[in-house]
Design a protein around this ligand. Structure first.
Ligand code: ATP
Ligand code: HMH
Length: 302
């Protein structure tokens, strides 16, 4: 069956754990065909961001339009938008109704503490992009910056979700990966659904491998919207998906800093079961360089 299509408008992470790479893995894991418009190249690894090379806004636009003009995009996720010009270009597309089921993840600072958005773009985010979001997914720090406030307790987190909701998005999730003081042991995300506030609760996994949690949550939300879930169901699915991916990645040893998640944790558990069922393979590995008994020139057409 032809899968639904989602589009990510985000930055490339050379280490593969966040940004476009995390988004495309998430889409694939959730059975959605992923397309992408790259906003910036980043030279980064699990320890930090070394350099950023933004893409000119008109070329970001060219990528988005090439995708939208040809493929039936059912949901869009934005991540790192890097510059004022790119935020403005994406906001104009959204205002023109070109970005369906829009999930806006206001990527400002990486988990290693590096800035990923020009500070001058923050006001524009609030004024121009936020009102078009079906789901807006700031983390605690981003919510603090956007509201010019301090979030210390779950009550503050709930208040922040409500305050951001008043600025126009249909649904807000203030993510609690970087926990507030009074919810130790849990990772609690606060959802404002246009009317009421509720919580997505999950146990806190004790791991340093949290590179790309935010991108994964937002793209899983977009994938669920693309498959027809409503926003309430979509953020619940996304929370389950990210918890599974963090749990799977917690056992990995990749890089010296904040390692990545396992976006295919679920599938790996199932295929490990299949491998166990089939037993060890009896076939021998073919030697590198091909079969020494075959003369490759004999395979060429005369
Ligand atoms: N250690 C953890 N255990 C369980 N869930 C977590 C953990 N860390 C983050 N999460 C979950 O991951 C999702 C992303 O939240 P988080 O606050 O980490 O986003 P973020 O800060 O935007 O991510 P990033 O660090 O990639 O920018 C949320 O659903 C959050 O609850
Ligand atoms: C490209 C990119 N987007 C988002 C994040 C946030 O984790 C990151 N580190 N890198």
């Amino acid at each position: 069956m032809t899968p639904p299509v989602a589009l990510t408008i985000a930055g490339s992470d050379s280490s593969g754990g966040a940004g476009v790479q995390a988004d495309l893995k998430t889409f694939a894991a959730l059975g959605v065909y992923g397309t992408s418009a790259v906003t910036a190249l980043t030279a980064q690894n699990t320890q930090g961001v070394r350099a950023i090379h933004p893409v000119p806004a008109d070329f970001v636009l060219a990528q988005v339009e090439a995708v939208l003009d040809d493929l039936p995009v059912a949901a869009v996720k934005t991540g790192m938008l890097a510059t004022v010009e790119i935020v403005r270009a994406v906001a104009n597309l959204a205002a023109g109704g070109r970005l369906p089921e829009l999930v806006v993840d206001p990527v400002m600072v990486s988990s290693s503490g590096d800035r990923l958005l020009e500070p001058q773009a923050e006001r524009l985010y609030l004024a121009a992009l936020l009102p078009h979001a079906a789901v807006f997914t700031p983390n605690l720090r981003e919510a603090e910056v956007l509201l010019n406030t301090v979030i210390r307790t779950l009550g503050d987190q709930r208040e922040a979700a409500r305050a951001l909701g008043a600025l126009g998005p249909a649904t807000v999730v203030v993510k609690g990966g970087h926990a507030v003081a009074d919810v130790a042991g849990e990772a609690v995300d606060v959802v404002w659904d246009g009317d009421r506030v509720h919580e997505l609760r999950g146990h806190r996994i004790d791991t340093r491998n949290n590179h790309g949690t935010g991108c994964t949550f937002a793209s899983a939300t977009a994938a669920a919207l693309a498959t027809g879930s409503d926003a309430h169901q979509a953020v619940g699915h996304a929370k389950d998906f990210v918890t599974g991916a963090i749990t799977g990645g917690a056992a990995w040893r990749l890089g010296r800093g904040h390692g990545p998640l396992d976006h295919f944790a679920d599938r790996r558990t199932r295929s490990a079961g299949v491998l166990r069922l089939n037993g060890p393979t009896s076939g021998q590995r073919r030697p590198v360089g091909g079969d020494p008994n075959v003369d490759p020139t004999q395979l060429l057409p005369p």
